[in-house]
Design a binder for this molecule. Structure first.
Ligand SMILES: Cc1cc2nc3c(=O)[nH]c(=O)nc-3n(C[C@H](O)[C@H](O)[C@H](O)COP(=O)(O)OP(=O)(O)OC[C@H]3O[C@@H](n4cnc5c(N)ncnc54)[C@H](O)[C@@H]3O)c2cc1C
Length: 551
């Protein structure tokens, strides 16, 4: 309790808790929904264990568009309830729950003619603003002329863009946010174990009474006893239902979405851009000093474990962006690429994936087992609450109400005060102000842990590479306190080197391994194996996106 650190020692302690305790709730899956459920349940006073087969957010939750948004396009589908709920969550996250991680971002909606489209889109955005309710952390929309647009976004084609409307949403580093929620759940007493997989369920008659967990490190199996098991397995839901012998009330269709990253100078614009496509929307999103563009939306029938972008995905994104951009962007400028799978809850077979519901489903097919699937990243907190509410049917002790709407996640407490002390802190620790801002936006008030590491060993204040903002201290901290256990965990999710550095940052794998090895007590073979695992992931991704120059 009270310590939020995730590391090898904590993992060993929590594994032994798994074998000994009877938990009120056992959560399967450490994506945003699983960690959200763990936090909701443990802060209601329940005993909780969470088991993740790989790393936090290693599934869909590290591969989203990273927008905390109401979903402008759901307005067109008249899904006002979903939009209102998501906008409410956006306000909470930006203003109080995670202001260090969730930041406002402005988007331009380019218009192609002067009257009809402006009226239609303007009305939609006015409704979008109105659905925020009375809490308003972000500014409202604003109509802009072609002249203003050419100043704000010189890269928007003046031959096709006649003006624009600016509106606000928010963005987040999804993998980091998911891990920080897991740490918050840890702080409140949850047992949290990654790289351990639920193999099967334990049943008494029809009732589920626990699960068999395989520790992927020791290869040992542990019988875990729980009043209720809550499965948050995203695109793995169908396959787990099947192996558990459970007949669910829904099935999950997979839809692949790809993003690419480009250097900052590829597009001249001060704000993001959203354009409508035939099937969905395309976002051109400012991402640190780069651009992230996506996404595609295509049915996916392959292996959920490693979705990959192919050349046609990348070409589609570039073609769509070039409908409004000049100079045109090209495949030669692409720095990185990533692909994710949307878990879409489907009630009927053979439905076009873009038309499937983005709403979530909570199912309790047998006593002692609840599953949660679908929805959006943005509304994870509401979904988690719904799942725990449903699970209370199987928990005999009195369960309190959810408190997560008033529970800032770790690092949020004191964040606003620290933003006003940047220069003083930078001077005290002999860092650049921009480095301090970078750290504040990743750790919030837990920046003190990083500053302590740097004070103890000044070498850790240098970046891992000249072109990346990450300090060596951050790499060390990721295994000391953030639960990273492999080179891939660090490269893909604790940092975003995977898509921010050319060639997937392959040349940094060795130095990252050198930094983390002593803290993970690795000998040479383990270090080599972890680097080799990353190299293999990179080779598969490169082969799939063949012939893109930089990646
Ligand atoms: C391209 C794309 C863009 C998106 N953009 C946005 C956006 O901008 N905003 C937004 O709000 N939403 C967005 N979404 C939706 C959002 O990302 C997802 O709804 C959300 O991440 C799903 O989270 P999850 O926890 O359900 O699934 P996941 O993150 O996939 O988590 C499931 C976890 O279960 C684990 N697991 C599976 N089997 C086992 C087992 N046997 N034992 C233990 N663990 C197991 C997996 O390893 C995985 O980590 C986007 C989705 C995609 C694909």
């Amino acid at each position: 309790m009270f310590d939020s650190s995730l590391n090898p020692q904590q993992r060993a302690e929590d594994l032994s808790r798994l074998a000994k305790e009877h938990f009120d709730v056992l959560v399967i899956g450490g994506g945003i929904n699983g960690v959200g459920v763990a936090l909701d349940a443990v802060t209601r006073g329940l005993t909780v264990a969470l088991v993740e087969g790989n790393d936090f957010a290693s599934g869909t939750s590290s591969r989203s568009s990273k927008l905390i948004h109401g979903g402008l396009r759901y307005l067109e589908q008249y899904d006002f309830k979903l939009v209102r709920e998501a906008l409410h969550e956006r306000e909470l996250l930006v203003s109080s729950l995670a202001p260090h991680l969730v930041k406002p971002v402005a988007f331009l909606y380019p218009l192609h003619e002067k009257v009809k489209e402006r009226t239609y889109v303007g009305a939609g955005l006015a409704l979008y603003d109105a659905l925020r309710g009375f809490k308003r952390a972000l500014p409202g929309h604003k109509h802009l002329s072609q002249k203003t647009i050419s100043e704000i976004a010189p890269s928007l084609r003046t031959d096709v863009v006649t003006g624009a409307i600016r509106y606000f949403d928010a963005q987040v580093d999804d993998a980091r946010h998911t891990m920080m929620i897991a740490r918050t759940a840890k702080r409140h007493g949850a047992a949290i174990i990654t790289h351990a997989k639920v193999d099967s369920l334990i049943k008494k008659g029809k009732r589920v009474t626990g699960a068999v967990v395989a520790d992927l490190d020791s290869k040992k199996k542990i019988n875990v006893k729980a009043s209720t098991v809550i499965m948050c397995a995203g695109v793995w839901s169908d396959q787990l239902h099947k192996s558990f012998g459970i007949e669910p009330g829904y099935e999950v269709k997979m839809s692949k979405g790809v993003h690419i990253t480009l250097p900052g100078n590829a597009i001249k614009a001060d704000e993001g851009i959203i354009i409508k496509t035939a099937v969905s929307v395309l976002f051109i999103i400012p991402w640190k000093d780069q651009w992230m563009i996506g996404t595609t939306d295509t049915e996916y029938l392959g292996d959920p474990n490693e979705p990959l972008a192919d050349r046609s995905d990348v070409q589609y994104i570039i073609e769509q962006a070039n409908r409004v951009l000049s100079p045109r962007i090209s495949t030669e400028q692409v720095i990185g690429v990533f692909a994710g799978l949307r878990p879409l809850v489907a009630n009927k077979k053979d439905v076009d994936t873009t038309k499937l519901s983005r709403e979530h489903t909570v199912d309790r097919p047998v006593p002692g087992f609840v599953s949660l699937a679908g929805g959006k990243y943005t509304t994870y907190r509401v979904m988690a609450k719904d799942a725990v509410d449903m699970a209370t049917n199987d928990i005999t002790k009195l369960t309190n109400e959810s408190v997560t709407s008033k529970l800032p996640i770790i690092g949020a407490d004191g964040y606003w005060a620290l933003t006003q002390q940047v220069d003083a802190l930078a001077a005290r620790y002999n860092l650049k102000s921009e480095t301090l801002v970078h750290l504040l936006n990743r750790y919030g008030s837990d920046i003190s842990d990083l500053l302590e590491l740097i004070s103890e060993d000044r070498k850790l204040a240098t970046p891992v590479s000249r072109d990346l903002p990450y300090l060596k201290a951050e790499i060390v901290y990721s295994v000391m306190s953030e639960g990273a256990q492999t080179v891939a965990d660090v490269m893909e999710r604790r940092t975003r080197i995977w898509f921010e550095a050319p060639n997937f940052g392959l040349d940094l794998a060795q130095s990252i391994a050198d930094l983390i090895a002593p803290h993970l007590k690795w000998k040479a073979p383990q270090k080599k194996a972890s680097i080799a695992e990353y190299v293999k992931l990179v080779e598969c991704a490169k082969e799939s996106a063949a012939n893109l120059t930089k990646i």
